[in-house]
Design a protein around this ligand. Sequence first.
Ligand code: PEP
Ligand code: MN
Length: 345
Amino acid sequence: MIVIMQPGADLAQTESVIQRVRDAGLSVHRSEGVMRTIIGVIGDDSTKEQLRSMLEAMDGVERVVKVLQPFKLVSREYLQENTVVDVGNARFGGPEVVMIAGPCSVESRDQTLTVARAVKAAGATVLRGGAFKPRTSPYSFQGLEEEGLRILADARAETGLPVVTEAMDSRSLELVLRYCNMVQIGARNMQNYTLLREAGRAGAPVLLKRGPSATLEEFLLAAEYVASEGNGKIVLCERGLRAFDGYTRFTLDISAVPVLKKLTHLPVIVDPSHAAGKRDYVAPLARAAVAAGADGLIVEVHNEPEKALSDGPQQLREAEFGELMRKVATIATAIGRTVPAVSRV
Ligand code: PEP
Ligand code: MN
């Protein structure tokens, strides 16, 4: 249930609504919009129902609305305006299409810095790179862990690009928060509810990837776990569903983009790299994602993909990434959006 305050409601009126809700044993999520304050009321349904008419009668309250979707705080019913998530200079959910790029894994200082410089020069505004890698086989490269995070922090210091990297559990989350700007919760952990809650409590921006067999409702309920802990800085990422056709690694669900944009106020980005699994298909999927309304892309780039310790076949070479950026910028312009750094060159 949400309480929509009148545009002119004063602080005391808002505070007394919040107090009334808390006194009834329910919890409150407050959002300050451009025009008005919105108060999300979370908790037992029958208590909410009893409280509803009392809240409606309070000074400064415009109306009280029931949120029908199972996901509440992340739904469009709760907030009509798009949420903008700031990560360094990048703004997810605004008019610009945000480009995240970098290697699948941080393998060495040299490799990471080389790729970071190249993606920055091509116009990316956020650097990616895995230090904790969720690998299908326990015998595959598992990441450089804290040493990898130090390398990412050095790449940020040199290029000025904010960094997103994956945390797989509480221990890695704590480390990631120490070194990076945004924490990624990967597809395999989308339903790790303990980790989602911890990321919510941590308060840093979260990049949440859709599980390969998750419905959109399950995906949004995973985001709700983060939001319910008081952290609304969530960027959703579609990265492909379990496929039955071996020509791609996963099937990119392009329809997830407009559907999510309708259901939620959160920014939605697309990962064409993990969906494609092969370099040749990354740029066409990236173009399709932007045309469908994605707020950004996350793309894997490597200086020597043939020597990569993970996901070599899908990582673009630096020049290929530059080409992708130019094509994506053209599509963005065609639909009234921009890719900031590219439009400056
Ligand atoms: C990644 O982005 O490095 C990754 C492992 O992606 P996903 O969780 O989507 O498989
Ligand atoms: Mn990868």
